[in-house]
Design a protein around this ligand. Structure first.
Ligand SMILES: NC(=O)c1ccc[n+]([C@@H]2O[C@H](COP(=O)([O-])OP(=O)(O)OC[C@H]3O[C@@H](n4cnc5c(N)ncnc54)[C@H](OP(=O)(O)O)[C@@H]3O)[C@@H](O)[C@H]2O)c1
Length: 260
C-alpha cells in the first residue's frame, strides 16, 4: 500500500528551525497549516505556496488550537512543534488540543526538539490516559545545531552530537514516514549530522586560509553549559536512530567543508 501523506500542522512555523522544516515538508509534497500567534510579528516570513495556509491561534487556549487543528480543509493529523525557547515549557494546551482533535488514528504530537521533562511527562500521561485514541508522540533530540556555534567549555575534547537544521528537518520527514512503526512511538529519537569535539571544530576554523574568525569572539556566549558536558548526555553514542529515519552522518570532508 502506498504511503498516504498526512496533513501537517506546524507550530512555530516562522521560526529559525521551522522555516527549514517547512521548506523540507513543502518540497516533499506535504500540505501544511502554519499555526502562528495572532500577534506574530513574523508572518511575512512564511513563503507563498499553494500547499501552505496560515492559521492564527492562541497557544494558551485549547479551544483555539483544537479549532485550528479541526477546521483545516484537510484535517491535520500530525502536529509538529518547534516553538521558541520561551514557550517550550508551556505546550500543554497544544498537547490537549491534539488529544481533543485526535479522532483520527494518525493524530500525533511531534515535538521537534526534546521538550522539557515536564512536557514529556505530560505527553506520557496523556497517552496513558487515552490508550485507545491513537494519540502518540515522538521527540527528536538533535544535540546542538551545527549551523550555529559553541562556546568553549569543559575542556575541548568532549564528544558532542551536532545536527544541521536541514537534517533536523530530514529527521522530521523520517518520523512522519514511520508513523505506523512502534519503533518511534512515544519516545525521543536521537539523531545527528556529526559527532564533534570543540578542538576538532576549532582546528577546522584555524585551517582556513585567512585563519578564520576569532574563535573566542565568534563563539563566546552561545552555547549552554550542558551541551558540552557528558553528565548531561551530550554524546548520543549507542542511542542514535539515524538509520531508522533514513539519515547519514557527514563525512570528515563534508564536516570540514561545512565549517570552513
Ligand atoms: N539544539 C540547539 O542547538 C538549539 C539552538 C537554538 C534553539 N533550539 C531550540 O529549537 C527550538 C526552535 O528554536 P528557534 O530558534 O527555531 O525558535 P524561534 O525562531 O525563536 O521561535 C519559533 C517560533 O515560535 C513562535 N512563538 C510562539 N510563542 C512565542 C513566544 N512567546 N515568543 C516568541 N516566539 C513564539 C513564533 O512563531 P509565530 O510568530 O509564527 O507565532 C516563532 O517564530 C526552540 O525550542 C529552541 O529551544 C535548539
Amino acid at each position: 500500500m502506498s504511503f498516504q501523506k498526512p496533513h501537517i500542522a506546524l507550530a512555530g512555523a516562522t521560526g529559525n528551525l521551522d522555516l527549514v522544516i517547512l521548506d523540507t515538508l513543502l518540497s516533499a509534497g506535504y500540505t501544511v497549516t502554519a499555526l502562528t500567534r495572532h500577534t506574530s510579528p513574523s508572518i511575512s516570513k512564511l513563503p507563498s505556496h499553494p500547499n501552505l495556509t496560515a492559521h492564527p491561534v492562541d497557544f494558551t487556549s485549547v479551544t483555539s488550537l483544537t479549532t485550528a487543528l479541526l477546521s483545516t480543509s484537510t484535517k491535520a493529523s500530525v502536529v509538529i512543534s518547534a516553538l521558541a525557547t520561551l514557550p517550550i515549557g508551556a505546550q500543554n494546551p497544544l498537547i490537549d488540543a491534539c488529544g481533543a482533535a485526535g479522532l483520527n488514528p494518525l493524530a500525533r504530537d511531534l515535538p521537534v526538539c526534546a521538550p522539557k521533562a515536564a512536557t514529556q511527562r505530560y505527553l506520557a500521561q496523556k497517552c496513558a490516559e487515552n490508550p485507545e485514541c491513537g494519540f502518540s508522540w515522538t521527540g527528536i533530540a538533535n544535540g546542538l545545531f551545527l549551523d550555529w556555534s559553541a562556546t568553549l567549555y569543559n575542556g575541548s575534547d568532549v564528544q558532542c552530537n551536532v545536527t544541521l537544521l536541514m537534517d533536523v528537518a530530514r529527521a522530521v520527514l523520517g518520523v512522519i514516514e514511520n508513523l505506523d512503526s512502534e519503533d518511534i512511538r512515544n519516545r525521543v529519537v536521537y539523531v545527528d549530522s556529526a559527532v564533534v569535539s570543540q578542538r576538532r571544530l576549532i582546528g577546522y576554523v584555524q585551517e582556513m586560509d585567512d585563519g578564520g574568525p576569532d574563535v573566542e569572539g565568534a563563539m563566546l556566549g552561545f552555547c549552554i553549559v550542558g551541551s558540552w558536558d557528558p553528565e548531561y548526555g551530550c554524546d548520543f553514542l549507542g542511542r542514535l536512530d539515524n538509520e531508522l529515519l533514513g539519515m547519514k552522518e557527514m563525512s570528515e570532508k563534508g564536516l570540514k567543508g561545512f565549517i570552513s
